[in-house]
Design a protein around this ligand. Structure first.
Ligand code: NDP
Length: 329
């Protein structure tokens, strides 16, 4: 038995290259469930793992793909049977364990989630880690008091994967969404997802000069970090929260503590990788209910395994819009 996979190899000089190869099933890693992958996707992290790895990949040859959705082929675990539809995100699959950029994956049953009712495997991958994380961020903001009607919610890196899904979910829930983008040509796309205001990236690019600015945002999903997150903290309304998701603009945080002390602003950390099973189910259930599928369709960039090396380079440059959905077959 064989399967096609995108294999990343590293030569003696440390240079990586990726190619589609046919592998024997015996090459699959250890695990208790083998899944016939139908769709995978591309996240920022996949961009790193498709190239030099960014320190995430430990051994080569490597099969990237931090997300996949498909059908169980064989299972040694009573929770899953052949024919079950499943989704996987996180758990360092695609980084330290072979991932979903392949027709087959073998993983631990603990890492899987049953495909939520109402979602296809393709739609689940249009969501993927980016969308799952966007939903975790929205849930965290709600758990800290965010309600529709309390003011504009800011989404940074809005035309990217996390930002696109966050914009669509928040707008569907009745929030006014202000979308920050560095790509003015994506205005129509973002308004189509439900954004009511477009904020140019340059408006928030400068580092903090005054620790507090006008109270503007009732909440924020931040995929950018760096100087932009620092600026946003000083613009939050009293008691409002920012869900810190990403670092597309930098890992530093050149901020002051003044917004926390004088305005009771909350900075909420969001991790999708090690999220416990119960919260995963809660997030996927919310995705199936609160993410309109017509808006998901508008986000999809279709791709094949062979397209991934180029797309990986593009996502690292912030050039991919919305969500890449990879039909691996
Ligand atoms: P994308 O590349 O799809 O989106 C990132 C977006 O950020 C870009 O599209 C761009 O949006 C904006 N951006 C890019 N570079 C800069 C910059 N220098 N300054 C300001 N804005 C910039 O990536 P994803 O949506 O997949 O991931 C977004 C971030 O979230 C990444 O850092 C990723 O690592 C992180 N992440 C974290 C997770 C977690 O568990 N915490 C899970 C998933 C992702 P625009 O063109 O609209 O400005």
């Amino acid at each position: 038995m064989t399967f096609r996979a995108l294999v990343v190899e590293k030569d003696e000089a440390g240079t990586t290259s990726a190619s589609v190869q046919v592998l024997e099933d015996s090459r699959l890693p250890d695990g208790d469930v083998t899944v016939a992958v139908e769709y995978s996707t591309l996240n920022y992290k996949d961009g790193l793992c498709l190239g030099s790895g960014g320190g995430l990949v430990r051994t080569y040859p490597h099969v990237p793909g931090i997300d996949f959705a498909g059908t169980v082929e064989t299972s040694d675990d009573p929770r899953y049977s052949p024919g079950d539809k499943v989704v996987l995100t996180g758990w360092r699959v695609g980084e330290t364990h072979w991932g979903g950029h392949a027709e087959k994956a073998r993983v631990r049953a603990d890492w899987l989630v049953p495909l939520p009712e109402g979602l296809t495997t393709r739609a689940a991958m249009a969501v993927g880690t980016a969308g799952f994380t966007a939903m975790l961020a929205v849930m965290a903001l709600e758990d800290h008091g965010l309600k529709p009607g309390t003011g504009e919610v800011l989404v940074t890196g809005a035309a990217g994967g996390v930002g696109s899904v966050a914009t669509a979910i928040l707008a569907h829930l009745g929030h006014e969404v202000a979308a920050v983008t560095g790509r003015p040509e994506q205005e129509d796309y973002l308004r189509g997802l439900g954004a009511s205001r477009i904020v140019p990236r340059t408006d928030l690019a400068e580092t903090v000069k005054r620790p507090l600015e006008a109270e503007t945002w009732a909440g924020c999903v931040d995929a950018v970090g760096g100087a932009m997150l620092a600026r946003v903290l000083g613009q939050m309304k009293y008691g409002a929260s920012v869900a810190a998701v990403g670092l597309a603009g930098g890992a530093g945080l050149p901020a002051t503590v003044i917004p926390f002390l004088l305005r009771g602003v909350n900075l909420l950390g969001i991790d999708s990788v090690m999220q416990p099973f119960d919260n995963r189910l809660r997030a996927w259930d919310r995705i199936a209910r609160d993410l309109p599928m017509d808006r998901v369709e508008a986000m999809i960039v279709p791709a094949t395994l062979a397209d991934l090396p180029d797309l990986g380079r593009a996502i690292l440059k912030g050039e991919v819009r919305g969500r890449v959905v990879v039909d691996v077959r």
